[in-house]
Structure formats: C-alpha cells, structure tokens
Design a protein around this ligand. Structure first.
Ligand code: VGL
Ligand code: ZN
Length: 195
C-alpha cells in the first residue's frame, strides 16, 4: 500500500444489511473482509474513515416525500448504527451525510466529520492522495463517493471483495464498477494489497 493512503468505508450500517430496512443482498458478508483491511491500515498508521447515512424522519430522499427509498438509517435508530461486527478503531473519523431533509445525497464527499469539516478538507489536511474504498452500496453510495473522489483529484482504488450492490435493476452493480473504472478508478482485493 502506498504512503498518503486512507481507507474509506461507506455506509456499513444495519439498515443496509440483511434484516434491515433497505437490505443490500449479502451486505453483511463484507464485514469480516473490511475488518482485515481495517487491521492493515491501522497497523500501517493510515487514516480510516467510515461514512454513515444519517437521515431525518422526513426527507425528500424517502418515497413518502418524493424520493426513491423506504425509510432507512433514521438518525439515532438501531438501523442507522454501524454493523455490530465492524471493528472500527476509536481513531476512525466518522463521516455523516444525508441529514438535510431537502437533499437526496449519496456521496461521502457530501458528508462532514464531527467538527463539520468536509471529507475533502480532512483528506487534504492529512495529505492523503490515495483512497481505498469499500462498503455499501456499490451502485449508490460507493459509486457516488468514488466518482466524486476522482473529480476531486484523488487516486482511487475500489476494494472489489469488500463492496456489495442493491441491483434495483440487474447489472447495476457491474455497470457501476465499469463506470468507476472508466473514470479512472483502479481495483484490488485483500490478497493483492501490498503492505
Ligand atoms: C444508499 C440508497 C439510499 C447507500 C443510501 O448508502 O448506498 N443507498 N441511501
Ligand atoms: Zn439513504
């Protein structure tokens, strides 16, 4: 793994896992793999970020108010908590997004840390140039985060063994990955991650 790298874990929350309000098929199966990535980044002393979808009860993002989705990841609920087996170190920077009731946002680059600092600013401060991105869902928040990261000039590697998609239409996840690669993202797997 290169210097100036950070791990970005997208939305590994109960509501996106089987049994949750908006389950991603096999969403929970990436948790043990993400834990291994976390361990590697932690041992290397590299920053770790974890984003969370964090919606108010009423938001344009939900079907009842004009959006696409059933209610999910409502602030303060069990469904909005990170998956209980995800081993986030205490130094993890938690990124919160989706709080604005008028916004239908997906990207970690629309999120902020506890000091209300944006992800871009936080990464620049830490001199991060390379992002390794995994999490849920491939065809929504992972895709949006990766495409925004590329637009912001970061080098991005998608952790293809640590993402899962919703596939509202079959093929959505594969197409999302193709689009990320076309725009410049690279891919890797745990076994190929040099450290
Ligand atoms: C997400 C749909 C709605 C995601 C968030 O995290 O990918 N998908 N809200
Ligand atoms: Zn959402």
């Amino acid at each position: 793994m290169k210097k100036n790298s950070a791990l970005v874990i997208v939305d590994v929350q109960n509501d996106f896992c089987p049994g949750g309000a908006l389950p991603v098929p096999e969403g929970d199966t990436i948790v043990p793999i993400l834990n291994k990535y976390i361990e590697k980044f932690q041992k290397a002393g590299l920053p770790i970020y974890a984003s969370r979808d964090w919606h108010p009860e009423k938001t344009k993002h939900f079907k009842a108010f004009g959006g696409l989705w059933p209610p999910h990841c409502v602030q303060g609920t069990k469904g909005a908590e990170f998956h209980p087996d995800l081993k986030l170190p205490k130094e993890t920077t938690i990124l919160t997004k989706g709080e604005d009731p008028n916004e239908d946002s997906y990207s970690g680059f629309q999120a902020h840390d506890p000091e209300k600092i944006s992800l871009t600013e936080s990464l620049r401060k830490k001199k991060v140039k390379n992002l390794y991105v995994g999490g849920l869902a491939t065809d929504y928040c992972v895709k949006a985060t990766v495409l925004d990261a590329l637009k912001e000039g970061f080098k991005v590697t998608v952790l293809i063994d640590a993402i899962r998609g919703v596939d509202v239409k079959s093929g959505d996840s594969i197409n999302a990955l193709k689009e990320m690669e076309k725009k410049g993202a690279e891919t890797t797997m745990l076994k190929d991650l040099a450290i």
